[in-house]
Design a protein around this ligand. Structure first.
Ligand code: NDP
Ligand code: 2IT
Length: 446
């Protein structure tokens, strides 16, 4: 790391004790910025990086709610409004028992650069709760969402802060959250949340966008070396929103996804994952990958031991959660001849894994570039809401595809300009950063 940046990083660690995921996300960005501070001394004078590492606002609140047995439950809610240089805070809400301030901060920090890369006017933020939706009834989820929004609504607004989904937050939760916001404020403010239902302000392609966008990005990586998905064997971890629509698009482009997973294990299905069955189990039944194997039959097998990254593949798409792919997994992927790793999830590869990809000559692209299609399509949803318009599926998907092509291009051009040709990590971090830094300098010390 550049000397000027070491002090800033030490300060981040000291001010945010124990928040290891946040430290990891900051370190990864700062490690890319050496050539940038060398070229732009004005960033040091304006303390742009020091300011960027401190969220503009952090909100933590109690979320009390009553379960179906009339017992009072208490969760903790978070919203970190990290940076608004480019637009209103924008980023998802995550409901998962592992959520604490360090996770929300790492996600919010990543979101700043990701949103900048989209080229659309959105700042960075993230939120969530340690609420675990697994095993909860619809009525319990509704009461939780209503209580969560009863506190959070005062911080939101279409020009202020616009949440969306993430792990554990999909169409059902966005519906309950929007309903409560509307009731409290007495405003039909469509642009205050994205990921809404198609009949009430949602955008075509938002549900598919992160998975589709991930595959569009890899399509560009492949095209850059004169290749395509045709005949490629692909492993996708997770089996949620991002994973499902990544699988969908890989199959459409001629590849075969031979494995996917959930937190209890992974499934290998050599004939290719049956997407209709997977969707029915995940969305219809809210079931598990073990249910998939039972209903699929044939050669599909479920594994509880080992790692999904043991499955040989040409392309690996981690689409579940942070730090799900470690150094040992990276070594296995390399030995099995995997060529490309692209992150559908946020920060799924550990620093060790990323180092090993580089040493093995594999091509690696980071989540803030690869999975930006989700938030980009959220920004398209905001555009449609602002103009009281709705676009067709085809038009919206075309816009998404162009945005992903442009992010890919911007990463490579920036990496070249700053002396790191072919390095998507450097390209994404530097391109995302410089646009935000310029805006912060223009807007003064705030
Ligand atoms: P979902 O809740 O729809 O699915 C999450 C999937 O990941 C599930 O299969 C889940 O398994 C698995 N998973 C979650 N936590 C863990 C864990 N601790 N260990 C193992 N597996 C786990 O979430 P999404 O698909 O929306 O999100 C997946 C990733 O993509 C996240 O990193 C998210 O931040 C990122 N992302 C999401 C975007 C979106 O638009 N939704 C946009 C950009 C990035 P199980 O069911 O067993 O918990
Ligand atoms: O990590 C992400 O980019 C998301 N969860 C989507 C955010 C959004 O506002 O659509």
């Amino acid at each position: 790391m550049d000397e000027q940046l070491v002090d800033i990083f030490d300060e981040v660690i000291a001010r945010n004790p124990g928040e290891t995921e946040f430290h990891q996300a900051v370190r990864e960005v700062l490690e890319s910025l050496g050539p940038v501070v060398a070229k732009h001394p004005e960033y040091a004078h304006g303390e742009v990086i020091r300011r960027l590492c401190e969220p503009e606002r952090q909100i933590i609140f109690r979320v009390p709610w009553m379960d179906d047995d009339a017992r009072v439950q208490v969760n903790r809610g978070f919203r970190v409004e990290f940076n608004s240089a480019l637009g209103p805070y924008k980023g998802g809400l995550r409901f998962h028992p592992s959520v604490y301030l360090g996770i929300v901060k790492f996600l919010g920090f990543e979101q700043i650069f990701k949103n900048s890369l989209t080229g659309l006017p959105i700042g960075g933020g993230k939120g969530g709760s340690d609420f675990d939706p697994k095993g909860r009834t619809d009525a319990e989820v509704m009461r939780f969402c209503q209580s969560f929004m009863t506190e959070l609504y005062r911080h939101l607004g279409e020009y202020t802060d616009v949440p969306a989904g993430d792990i554990g937050v999909g169409g059902r939760e966005i519906g309950y959250l929007f309903g409560q916001y509307k009731r409290i404020t007495n405003r039909y403010e469509s642009g205050v949340l994205t990921g809404k239902g198609l009949g009430w302000g949602g955008s075509q392609v938002r549900t598919e966008a992160t998975g589709y966008g991930t595959v569009f990005f890899v399509r560009e990586m492949l095209a850059a070396s004169g290749s395509s998905f045709e005949g490629k064997k692909v492993v996708v971890s997770g089996s949620g929103n991002v994973a499902i629509f990544a699988i969908d698009k890989v199959h459409e482009l001629g590849g075969t996804v031979v494995a996917c997973s959930d937190s209890n294990g992974y499934v290998v299905d050599p004939a290719g994952i049956d997407l209709e069955l997977l969707k029915q189990i995940k969305n219809g039944q809210r079931g598990r990958m073990t249910d998939y194997v039972q209903q699929r039959g044939g050669q599909a097998k479920h594994f509880e031991e080992g790692s999904i990254w043991d499955v040989p593949c040409d392309i690996a798409l981690p689409c579940a959660t942070q730090n799900e792919l470690n150094g040992a997994d990276a070594q296995t992927l390399a030995s099995n001849g995997c060529e490309i790793v692209a992150e559908g999830a946020n920060m799924p590869s550990t620093p060790d894994a990323i180092r090993i990809f580089g040493e093995a000559g594999m091509r690696f692209a980071p989540g803030k570039a690869v999975n930006a299609g989700g938030v980009a399509t959220s920004a398209l949803e905001m555009q449609q809401n602002a103009s009281r318009d709705t676009w067709s599926f085809e038009y919206t998907e075309q816009r998404l595809s162009e945005i992903m092509t442009s992010i890919h291009h911007r990463c490579l051009v920036t990496a070249d300009t700053y002396g790191a040709p072919g390095n998507y990590v450097a390209g994404a971090n530097i391109a995302g950063f410089t646009q935000v830094a310029e805006a912060m300098l223009s807007q003064g010390v705030i």
